[in-house]
Design a protein around this ligand. Structure first.
Ligand code: PRP
Length: 210
């Protein structure tokens, strides 16, 4: 059996559809209930609904063999896992954003609000820009509006949240998408099963991009 942590929510449902197409279905998973664990012995798979930002924790510690995590989470927390495949879903961009008229004149320490302090710190340290990090957990766009920060480092998907709050993208840091990740020990002990699943998922990804 391969144990897979799926990110709860819309992305997780899309990822599940891809894995079902790849030969790992478990229809019970889409039933409307509060269950978090599902199993299909014929397909040799067990799925678990996990909070998206926790997937890497489950996989790194071996609670599940595989998981699907956003590249943002992998860059932020740098879990000790293997990244096996870009699923090319959940695409978005990690960006610096702020009021359209804000120009960083380097006169003062730049105040940066974010859910991703490591990504932000790395980005600015590579540019030798001194910053003050303000770690928030959500609604990051509010920070520059209320004068809590000069800019934000956050995920931009459609750009709607920025637009509706009068903010714009100042720089793109990195493109983001969902990745299939594996626990390192599981990758050794369940090598053939995990390699087979990865290959079949890669075929399904290629099929979808046609
Ligand atoms: C994310 C992100 C932006 C928004 C971007 O927030 O932090 O706020 O989505 O999406 P858009 O470009 O399509 O508008 P999320 O929905 O995760 O909520 P949060 O405020 O709780 O972080």
């Amino acid at each position: 059996m391969i144990n897979i942590a799926l990110p709860k929510g819309r992305l997780g449902e899309k990822v599940y559809a891809l894995l079902a197409q790849a030969g790992y279905p478990c229809p019970e998973l889409l039933e409307d209930n509060r269950k978090l664990t599902f199993e299909n012995p014929e397909a040799g798979v067990r799925y678990f609904w996990v909070k998206p930002s926790d997937v890497a924790v489950y996989v790194e510690r071996g609670a599940t063999d595989l998981g699907i995590a956003g590249k943002d989470i992998l860059l932020e927390y740098r879990p000790d896992v293997y990244e096996l495949l870009d699923l090319q879903m959940g695409r978005c961009r990690m960006c610096v954003a702020g009021p359209a008229d804000f120009v960083d004149d380097h006169a003062q320490t730049l105040r940066v609000a974010t859910k991703f302090p490591n990504i932000a710190a790395t980005y600015y340290s590579e540019r030798s820009r001194e910053i003050e990090l303000i770690h928030l957990n959500g609604s990051i766009e509010l920070a520059p509006i209320l004068g809590l920060s000069d800019v934000i480092v956050d995920i931009v998907e459609t750009g709607k949240t920025l637009k509706e709050n009068g903010l714009s993208v100042h720089a793109e840091i990195v493109p983001i998408s969902a990745r299939l990740i594996a626990n390192k020990a599981a990758f050794k002990f369940k090598s053939s099963e995990i390699r087979a699943l990865t290959a079949r998922a890669a075929e399904a990804v290629a099929e979808r991009s046609k």
